[in-house]
Design a protein around this ligand. Structure first.
Ligand code: BV8
Ligand code: ZN
Length: 240
């Protein structure tokens, strides 16, 4: 049997669109009370008005709690189970990849279901929807909790980013699914694959800044194009 290619995947908000979760840059539906996510997903906004920022995240948590994985998420879980060398790297904080069955996930920007204390080292999962009080308080020291996610201007977890870079350096194929590829350092990851003569395959509704570097740009909704691509891949490599 021909050797299976090593695959690294980078997902963005586009894979969760079909699950009813607004993207960041898809016009009106990505706004909340006329705020743009980018204005509120910053440590400055949180310092200025923690209650407003928590109202934004509580609204998104309520939305995400109702969301179910779609065919794109399910395909990625099948790929992880079927391929010996597969790494899923996500920018998404909605938890749908885990709900779809992926286990080896690199969360570049954190997870909306995790909270951490602004004062002590308390950190835990909190799935309460809605939250009983905004901002929520640390059960250990009473200080304000914050979402355990990476805001604009905050550094990504160095170990996670390093593992992600390694996966893309090693990959024969980088699948880039549902991301506008404008936020760094995440958006740079597929270039590591290209620098090692691997292929970038982009799945998006429109072309992005990455498209010019992609071996293939497959336009259309990922919940349809990704399952189709995976079926063709399985036929080609004789995977049942
Ligand atoms: C850092 C969690 C340094 C929060 C997020 C100027 C130039 C270059 C860089 C910068 C700059 N100024 C500032 C920076 C750095 C900044 C950055 O890149 N800014 C951009 C906007 C220019 N980056 C940072 O701040 C990062 N940190 O650099 O730290 C540092 C180092 C050391 C010490 C201290 C500091 C941190 C960035 C992380 C921010 N957090 N999320 C939250 O969610 O509230 S970012 C957030 O937006 C997402 O996580 C994601 O990463 C990012 C982009 O969103 P996408 O997922 O791509 O979604 P988007 O809506 O944009 O696009 C959706 C796509 O899907 C579209 O293309 C659409 O066509 C497509 N689509 C829609 N439907 C479908 C579909 N595709 C397929 N099928 C469909 N059905
Ligand atoms: Zn605390």
């Amino acid at each position: 049997m021909t050797k299976l290619p090593k695959i690294a995947v980078l997902t963005g908000a586009g894979v969760s669109k079909a699950s009813g979760i607004p993207t960041y840059r898809d016009g009106a539906d990505s706004l909340w009370n006329n705020y743009h996510p980018q204005e509120l997903a910053t440590p400055e906004a949180f310092a200025r008005d923690p209650r407003l920022v928590w109202e934004f995240y509580d609204w998104r948590r309520r939305n995400m709690a109702r969301a179910k994985p779609n065919a794109a998420h399910i395909t990625l879980a099948e790929m992880e189970a079927a391929l010996p060398n597969f790494t899923l790297v996500t920018q998404n904080i909605d938890g749908l990849h885990r709900e779809a069955g992926n286990r080896n996930i690199l969360y570049l920007h954190g997870d909306i279901w995790l909270v951490r204390c602004t004062e002590c080292d308390y950190r835990d999962e909190d799935r309460r929807v809605p939250l009983p009080e905004l901002p929520p308080r640390c059960p250990r020291c009473g200080a304000m909790l914050r979402p355990d996610i990476v805001w604009f201007g905050e550094a990504l977890d160095a170990r996670t980013l390093n593992l992600a870079e390694q996966a893309f350096r090693r990959a024969d194929i980088a699948l880039v699914v549902g991301t506008s590829a404008v936020v760094y350092p995440a958006a740079y990851l597929p270039h590591y694959t290209r620098e090692h003569f691997g292929q970038i395959i982009e799945f998006n509704m429109d072309r992005t800044d990455l498209s010019v570097y992609a071996h293939e740009v497959i336009l259309g909704p990922a919940e349809m194009t990704l399952p189709n691509w995976w079926q063709r891949f399985k036929d080609e490599y004789g995977i049942s």
